[in-house]
Design a protein around this ligand. Structure first.
Ligand SMILES: Nc1ncnc2c1ncn2[C@@H]1O[C@H](COP(=O)(O)OP(=O)(O)OP(=O)(O)O)[C@@H](O)[C@H]1O
Ligand SMILES: [Mg+2]
Length: 279
Protein backbone atom coordinates (compact mmCIF):
# COMPACT_ATOMS: atom_id res chain seq x y z
CA UNK A 1 0.00 0.00 0.00
CA UNK A 2 1.24 3.48 -0.80
CA UNK A 3 2.38 5.52 2.18
CA UNK A 4 -0.04 8.26 3.15
CA UNK A 5 1.52 10.91 5.35
CA UNK A 6 -0.13 11.98 8.61
CA UNK A 7 -0.30 15.51 7.18
CA UNK A 8 -2.29 14.22 4.17
CA UNK A 9 -4.60 12.19 6.39
CA UNK A 10 -5.42 15.07 8.72
CA UNK A 11 -5.64 17.59 5.88
CA UNK A 12 -8.87 15.98 4.69
CA UNK A 13 -10.46 16.16 8.13
CA UNK A 14 -9.10 19.22 9.89
CA UNK A 15 -6.67 21.89 8.67
CA UNK A 16 -3.36 21.78 10.53
CA UNK A 17 -0.53 24.25 10.95
CA UNK A 18 -2.17 26.73 13.32
CA UNK A 19 0.57 28.56 15.20
CA UNK A 20 0.13 30.75 18.28
CA UNK A 21 2.79 32.96 19.84
CA UNK A 22 1.79 34.53 23.12
CA UNK A 23 3.76 37.02 25.20
CA UNK A 24 7.13 36.03 23.76
CA UNK A 25 10.06 37.72 25.52
CA UNK A 26 13.64 36.87 24.79
CA UNK A 27 16.86 38.30 26.05
CA UNK A 28 20.51 37.46 25.57
CA UNK A 29 23.35 37.97 27.96
CA UNK A 30 25.78 40.26 26.13
CA UNK A 31 29.05 40.87 28.01
CA UNK A 32 27.87 42.13 31.41
CA UNK A 33 24.39 43.24 30.41
CA UNK A 34 21.06 41.83 29.35
CA UNK A 35 20.10 42.49 25.75
CA UNK A 36 16.31 42.61 25.34
CA UNK A 37 15.68 41.16 21.88
CA UNK A 38 11.96 40.35 21.81
CA UNK A 39 9.37 42.00 23.99
CA UNK A 40 5.76 40.88 24.37
CA UNK A 41 5.46 39.36 20.92
CA UNK A 42 1.92 38.07 20.16
CA UNK A 43 0.86 36.52 16.86
CA UNK A 44 -1.76 34.00 15.71
CA UNK A 45 -1.16 32.31 12.38
CA UNK A 46 -3.93 30.38 10.64
CA UNK A 47 -3.47 26.93 9.09
CA UNK A 48 -2.02 27.27 5.60
CA UNK A 49 -1.44 31.01 5.96
CA UNK A 50 1.62 32.73 4.45
CA UNK A 51 3.04 35.32 6.84
CA UNK A 52 5.97 37.54 5.87
CA UNK A 53 8.06 39.32 8.49
CA UNK A 54 10.04 42.47 7.72
CA UNK A 55 12.03 44.71 10.03
CA UNK A 56 15.42 46.37 10.48
CA UNK A 57 18.58 44.35 10.93
CA UNK A 58 18.98 43.15 14.50
CA UNK A 59 15.29 43.49 15.47
CA UNK A 60 15.09 39.79 16.37
CA UNK A 61 13.59 38.15 13.27
CA UNK A 62 15.99 35.20 13.12
CA UNK A 63 15.83 34.84 16.90
CA UNK A 64 12.04 34.55 16.64
CA UNK A 65 12.28 31.91 13.91
CA UNK A 66 14.75 29.90 15.99
CA UNK A 67 12.27 29.88 18.89
CA UNK A 68 9.47 28.62 16.61
CA UNK A 69 11.82 26.00 15.15
CA UNK A 70 12.59 24.82 18.68
CA UNK A 71 16.33 25.52 18.37
CA UNK A 72 16.27 27.73 21.46
CA UNK A 73 13.95 27.17 24.40
CA UNK A 74 15.16 29.82 26.83
CA UNK A 75 12.43 32.43 26.45
CA UNK A 76 9.30 33.63 28.21
CA UNK A 77 5.84 33.11 26.75
CA UNK A 78 4.20 30.24 24.92
CA UNK A 79 4.42 28.94 21.36
CA UNK A 80 1.90 26.31 20.29
CA UNK A 81 1.36 24.41 17.06
CA UNK A 82 -2.17 23.03 16.72
CA UNK A 83 -2.64 23.54 20.44
CA UNK A 84 0.50 21.62 21.43
CA UNK A 85 3.30 23.52 23.11
CA UNK A 86 6.43 23.63 20.93
CA UNK A 87 9.34 21.89 22.64
CA UNK A 88 12.55 21.17 20.77
CA UNK A 89 12.90 20.62 17.04
CA UNK A 90 10.39 18.50 15.15
CA UNK A 91 9.76 17.26 11.62
CA UNK A 92 6.50 19.23 11.84
CA UNK A 93 8.52 22.46 11.50
CA UNK A 94 10.89 22.69 8.50
CA UNK A 95 13.58 25.35 8.11
CA UNK A 96 15.19 27.02 5.10
CA UNK A 97 18.10 29.44 5.47
CA UNK A 98 19.71 32.03 3.20
CA UNK A 99 22.53 29.59 2.38
CA UNK A 100 21.35 26.22 1.12
CA UNK A 101 23.50 24.08 3.46
CA UNK A 102 23.51 21.09 1.09
CA UNK A 103 26.27 18.54 1.75
CA UNK A 104 28.78 18.85 -1.12
CA UNK A 105 29.63 15.13 -1.04
CA UNK A 106 26.03 14.06 -1.66
CA UNK A 107 23.94 14.31 -4.80
CA UNK A 108 20.79 16.42 -4.81
CA UNK A 109 18.70 13.28 -4.37
CA UNK A 110 20.82 12.06 -1.44
CA UNK A 111 20.66 15.48 0.22
CA UNK A 112 16.86 15.47 0.07
CA UNK A 113 16.65 11.82 1.18
CA UNK A 114 18.84 12.57 4.20
CA UNK A 115 15.96 14.52 5.75
CA UNK A 116 13.92 11.27 5.81
CA UNK A 117 16.54 9.28 7.75
CA UNK A 118 14.50 9.04 10.93
CA UNK A 119 11.15 8.35 9.27
CA UNK A 120 9.90 4.76 9.62
CA UNK A 121 9.20 4.30 5.93
CA UNK A 122 10.14 1.67 3.37
CA UNK A 123 12.94 2.41 0.89
CA UNK A 124 10.39 2.63 -1.90
CA UNK A 125 8.17 5.06 0.01
CA UNK A 126 11.16 7.30 0.73
CA UNK A 127 12.26 7.22 -2.91
CA UNK A 128 8.74 8.22 -3.96
CA UNK A 129 8.63 11.17 -1.55
CA UNK A 130 12.09 12.33 -2.68
CA UNK A 131 11.12 12.13 -6.37
CA UNK A 132 7.84 13.98 -5.75
CA UNK A 133 9.51 16.82 -3.90
CA UNK A 134 12.35 17.20 -6.40
CA UNK A 135 9.66 17.50 -9.08
CA UNK A 136 7.67 19.95 -6.90
CA UNK A 137 10.57 22.40 -6.87
CA UNK A 138 11.18 21.97 -10.61
CA UNK A 139 14.45 20.03 -10.42
CA UNK A 140 13.39 16.81 -12.16
CA UNK A 141 16.35 15.56 -14.21
CA UNK A 142 18.94 16.87 -11.72
CA UNK A 143 18.56 14.09 -9.14
CA UNK A 144 22.15 12.88 -9.60
CA UNK A 145 23.71 16.36 -9.76
CA UNK A 146 26.25 17.41 -7.12
CA UNK A 147 25.60 20.71 -5.31
CA UNK A 148 28.50 22.41 -7.16
CA UNK A 149 26.76 21.59 -10.44
CA UNK A 150 23.65 23.56 -9.40
CA UNK A 151 23.12 27.30 -9.76
CA UNK A 152 22.41 29.33 -6.61
CA UNK A 153 18.68 29.33 -7.38
CA UNK A 154 18.63 25.58 -8.04
CA UNK A 155 20.50 24.87 -4.80
CA UNK A 156 17.99 27.00 -2.91
CA UNK A 157 15.11 25.06 -4.48
CA UNK A 158 16.86 21.84 -3.41
CA UNK A 159 16.96 23.21 0.15
CA UNK A 160 13.20 23.87 -0.06
CA UNK A 161 12.62 20.29 -1.33
CA UNK A 162 14.68 18.94 1.58
CA UNK A 163 12.64 20.99 4.06
CA UNK A 164 9.30 19.96 2.52
CA UNK A 165 10.02 16.25 2.01
CA UNK A 166 8.87 15.51 5.56
CA UNK A 167 5.62 17.29 4.77
CA UNK A 168 5.94 19.70 7.70
CA UNK A 169 2.90 21.57 8.95
CA UNK A 170 4.96 24.76 9.06
CA UNK A 171 7.83 25.90 6.86
CA UNK A 172 10.07 28.61 8.33
CA UNK A 173 12.13 30.57 5.80
CA UNK A 174 14.90 32.96 6.91
CA UNK A 175 15.74 35.24 3.95
CA UNK A 176 15.57 32.23 1.60
CA UNK A 177 16.43 34.27 -1.51
CA UNK A 178 18.68 36.86 0.14
CA UNK A 179 21.83 35.66 -1.61
CA UNK A 180 20.35 35.49 -5.11
CA UNK A 181 20.36 38.00 -7.96
CA UNK A 182 17.21 40.06 -8.54
CA UNK A 183 15.96 38.10 -11.57
CA UNK A 184 16.42 34.67 -9.97
CA UNK A 185 14.72 36.02 -6.89
CA UNK A 186 11.63 37.08 -8.78
CA UNK A 187 11.49 33.69 -10.47
CA UNK A 188 11.83 31.81 -7.18
CA UNK A 189 9.17 33.97 -5.52
CA UNK A 190 6.71 32.81 -8.18
CA UNK A 191 7.92 29.24 -7.65
CA UNK A 192 7.54 29.49 -3.88
CA UNK A 193 3.99 30.76 -4.32
CA UNK A 194 3.18 27.73 -6.49
CA UNK A 195 4.89 25.34 -4.04
CA UNK A 196 3.06 26.88 -1.08
CA UNK A 197 -0.30 26.61 -2.84
CA UNK A 198 0.26 22.95 -3.66
CA UNK A 199 1.79 21.94 -0.31
CA UNK A 200 -0.85 23.60 1.86
CA UNK A 201 1.79 24.20 4.57
CA UNK A 202 1.74 27.25 6.81
CA UNK A 203 4.70 29.43 5.85
CA UNK A 204 6.55 32.14 7.76
CA UNK A 205 9.14 33.99 5.73
CA UNK A 206 11.63 36.60 6.90
CA UNK A 207 12.82 38.95 4.21
CA UNK A 208 14.43 42.36 3.75
CA UNK A 209 12.63 42.73 0.43
CA UNK A 210 9.32 44.50 1.11
CA UNK A 211 8.02 43.75 -2.40
CA UNK A 212 8.71 40.04 -1.87
CA UNK A 213 6.99 40.17 1.53
CA UNK A 214 3.83 41.68 0.04
CA UNK A 215 3.80 39.60 -3.13
CA UNK A 216 3.86 36.34 -1.14
CA UNK A 217 2.27 37.16 2.20
CA UNK A 218 -1.36 36.93 3.19
CA UNK A 219 -0.16 39.16 6.00
CA UNK A 220 3.00 41.18 6.48
CA UNK A 221 4.26 41.65 10.02
CA UNK A 222 6.33 44.84 10.38
CA UNK A 223 8.80 44.82 13.28
CA UNK A 224 10.92 47.47 14.93
CA UNK A 225 14.01 47.01 17.07
CA UNK A 226 15.16 47.65 20.66
CA UNK A 227 13.34 45.64 21.75
CA UNK A 228 12.03 43.66 18.79
CA UNK A 229 8.27 44.00 18.57
CA UNK A 230 5.40 44.12 16.10
CA UNK A 231 4.50 47.67 15.14
CA UNK A 232 2.02 46.87 12.40
CA UNK A 233 0.36 43.87 10.75
CA UNK A 234 -0.74 44.45 7.18
CA UNK A 235 -3.50 42.31 5.65
CA UNK A 236 -2.67 42.13 1.96
CA UNK A 237 -6.19 40.99 1.10
CA UNK A 238 -5.50 39.70 -2.43
CA UNK A 239 -6.01 36.10 -3.54
CA UNK A 240 -3.19 33.95 -4.92
CA UNK A 241 -1.65 33.60 -7.45
CA UNK A 242 -1.02 37.32 -7.60
CA UNK A 243 -0.30 39.85 -10.28
CA UNK A 244 2.91 41.76 -9.51
CA UNK A 245 1.53 44.81 -11.32
CA UNK A 246 -1.43 45.12 -8.93
CA UNK A 247 -1.77 48.74 -7.71
CA UNK A 248 -2.68 47.39 -4.24
CA UNK A 249 0.76 45.72 -3.95
CA UNK A 250 2.50 48.94 -5.00
CA UNK A 251 0.56 51.06 -2.53
CA UNK A 252 1.26 48.66 0.33
CA UNK A 253 4.95 48.55 -0.59
CA UNK A 254 5.20 52.34 -0.40
CA UNK A 255 3.38 52.41 2.94
CA UNK A 256 5.55 49.72 4.54
CA UNK A 257 8.78 51.22 3.18
CA UNK A 258 7.80 54.61 4.59
CA UNK A 259 7.11 52.98 7.95
CA UNK A 260 10.47 51.19 7.97
CA UNK A 261 12.52 54.16 6.86
CA UNK A 262 10.74 56.73 9.06
CA UNK A 263 9.90 54.89 12.26
CA UNK A 264 7.81 56.94 14.69
CA UNK A 265 9.95 58.75 17.25
CA UNK A 266 9.33 57.28 20.68
CA UNK A 267 9.01 59.54 23.69
CA UNK A 268 11.60 57.49 25.62
CA UNK A 269 14.21 57.98 22.89
CA UNK A 270 13.87 61.77 22.81
CA UNK A 271 16.64 63.46 24.79
CA UNK A 272 15.49 66.91 26.00
CA UNK A 273 17.74 69.79 24.93
CA UNK A 274 19.65 71.57 27.66
CA UNK A 275 18.76 75.23 28.13
CA UNK A 276 22.17 76.38 26.85
CA UNK A 277 21.90 74.33 23.62
CA UNK A 278 20.91 75.94 20.34
CA UNK A 279 17.29 75.27 19.41
N1 LIG B 1 23.50 34.03 20.56
C1 LIG B 1 23.41 35.34 20.78
N2 LIG B 1 24.00 35.91 21.83
C2 LIG B 1 23.90 37.24 22.09
N3 LIG B 1 23.19 38.08 21.31
C3 LIG B 1 22.57 37.56 20.23
C4 LIG B 1 22.65 36.17 19.90
N4 LIG B 1 21.93 35.96 18.77
C5 LIG B 1 21.43 37.14 18.42
N5 LIG B 1 21.81 38.11 19.28
C6 LIG B 1 21.42 39.52 19.23
O1 LIG B 1 20.02 39.58 19.13
C7 LIG B 1 19.63 40.65 18.28
C8 LIG B 1 18.71 40.11 17.20
O2 LIG B 1 19.44 39.25 16.35
P1 LIG B 1 18.73 38.52 15.11
O3 LIG B 1 19.74 37.66 14.45
O4 LIG B 1 17.49 37.86 15.58
O5 LIG B 1 18.34 39.78 14.20
P2 LIG B 1 17.64 39.83 12.76
O6 LIG B 1 16.42 40.67 12.90
O7 LIG B 1 17.50 38.47 12.22
O8 LIG B 1 18.73 40.67 11.93
P3 LIG B 1 19.17 40.53 10.38
O9 LIG B 1 18.06 41.18 9.62
O10 LIG B 1 20.44 41.33 10.32
O11 LIG B 1 19.35 39.08 10.07
C9 LIG B 1 20.92 41.29 17.78
O12 LIG B 1 21.17 42.42 18.56
C10 LIG B 1 21.96 40.24 18.02
O13 LIG B 1 23.21 40.83 18.31
MG1 LIG C 1 18.37 37.42 10.62
Amino acid sequence: MDYVSPATLTASTKPTGSLTLKGIRKQFQFKDRELKVLSGFDLNINPGEFVSIVGPSGCGKSTLLRLIAGLDDSYEGVITLDGQRVAGTSLERGLVFQDHRLFPWMTLEQNVALALTNRPLSKAAKAKLVAEHIALVGLKGFEKAWPHQLSGGMAQRAAIARALVNEPKVLLLDEPFGALDALTRVHLQTELQRIWLSSGATMIMITHDVEEAIYLGDRVVVMQANPGRIVHTVDVGLSHPRDRASPVLHRLKDEILAELTNPPVEASSVVPLRKDQDQ
